[in-house]
Design a protein around this ligand. Structure first.
Ligand code: SF4
Length: 327
């Protein structure tokens, strides 16, 4: 096992108005990540999926310590990363990288492609200029930007969206990390070039023995890309298991609704799902519903659902569901 997440929580305080302070109203929190427990095996593609605002990106940032948690632990190779003093964290940063959704935002427009890909090497003390050049050359080749010398001298605005994301991947992989968080890496790209980037990521995983936490809102991408899939809703995991089995045979009513929303033809359905509507909008993550957090929207809710919170339990080998229907 490479990563173990234990009781991970991230609550963001809601800014209080003067009137809230004067009237001594209680501080409120957005519960973005609310008690997550899961593991990621070495060389696995573990996927987090769910609607926008469900906490998947916050989880990704917590796992590479771009955010500090409110509570909980993330064990990387058996050591809690939050216990490592910040000054000594550089060595871990080298092993844990992140690829962001928007390569426009994540790449400095004033730097050449060479400087962008070389920068992490300089930060991490690779001193020899020749060595840095060779590594940048190889990284650009690895991500399919060939011939590398043609791309090294360009700026991000001179590249297409797909090429920019390839630069972001080269930048993330140049330090030879073990674990990479890919936060919606293809959602800003044209559909026609998404498959090429996903295939590249899988090829690089095999070549360098990488482990991915892959974040997506698109179940068809998760189906083709991931080994295991966790479905998140309002900061919690409601279903977890092998990606194909969760998508082809969803158990939680929320997963069923998400699967129903996948355009037909993108996933081979083993069986036709019946129409599973979902009621209303996502509730506020500040005032979470009592009992099962999904109960205000669930068409299958019954007696205990608004009072008792279901635990994530194993219902089949490797399949976990948080729903009273599977007690
Ligand atoms: Fe629906 Fe109840 Fe299951 Fe929650 S516990 S998903 S409300 S059936």
């Amino acid at each position: 096992m490479l990563i173990e997440v234990r009781g991970l929580k991230k609550y963001f305080p809601v800014r209080r108005s003067w009137s809230d302070i004067l009237k001594r109203r209680k501080q409120k929190f957005v519960k973005a990540v609310n008690d997550l427990n899961f593991t990621i095996e070495e060389n696995e593609v573990f996927c987090l999926a769910g609607e926008s605002g469900c906490g998947k990106s916050t989880t990704g940032r917590l796992l590479v310590r771009l955010l500090e948690p409110t509570e909980g632990q993330v064990l990387f190779e058996g050591k809690n990363i939050y216990d490592v003093p910040k000054k000594e964290f550089k060595e871990y940063r080298r092993k844990m990288q992140i690829i962001f959704q928007d390569p426009y935002e994540s790449l400095n427009p004033r730097m050449t492609i060479y400087d962008l890909v070389e920068e992490p090497l300089r930060i991490h003390g690779v001193r020899s200029e020749e060595e840095r050049f060779d590594m940048v050359y190889q990284a650009l080749k690895d991500v399919g930007l060939e011939p590398p010398e043609d791309f090294m001298i360009r700026y991000p605005h001179q590249l297409s969206g797909g090429q920019r994301q390839r630069v972001a991947i080269a930048r993330a992989l140049i330090l030879n990390p073990k674990f990479v968080v890919a936060d919606e890496p293809v959602s800003m790209l044209d559909v026609s070039i998404r498959a090429g980037i996903l295939k590249l990521m899988l090829d690089l995983k095999e070549k360098y023995g990488l482990t991915y936490l892959f974040i997506t809102h698109d179940l068809s991408v998760a189906y083709h890309m991931c080994d295991r899939l966790a479905i998140m809703y309002l900061g919690k995991i409601v279903e977890l298991g092998p990606a194909d089995s969760v998508i082809l045979d969803p158990k939680h009513p929320y997963t069923k609704a998400l699967v129903e929303a996948v355009p037909k033809g993108q996933v081979d359905y083993r069986r036709k799902l019946k129409e599973v509507p979902i009621k209303g909008d996502v509730p506020s993550p500040i005032d979470l519903p009592s009992g099962c957090i999904f109960h205000p929207r669930c068409v299958e809710a019954f007696e205990p659902c608004d009072k008792e919170e279901p635990e994530l339990v194993e219902v089949e080998e490797g399949r976990f569901v948080a729903c009273h229907l599977y007690r």
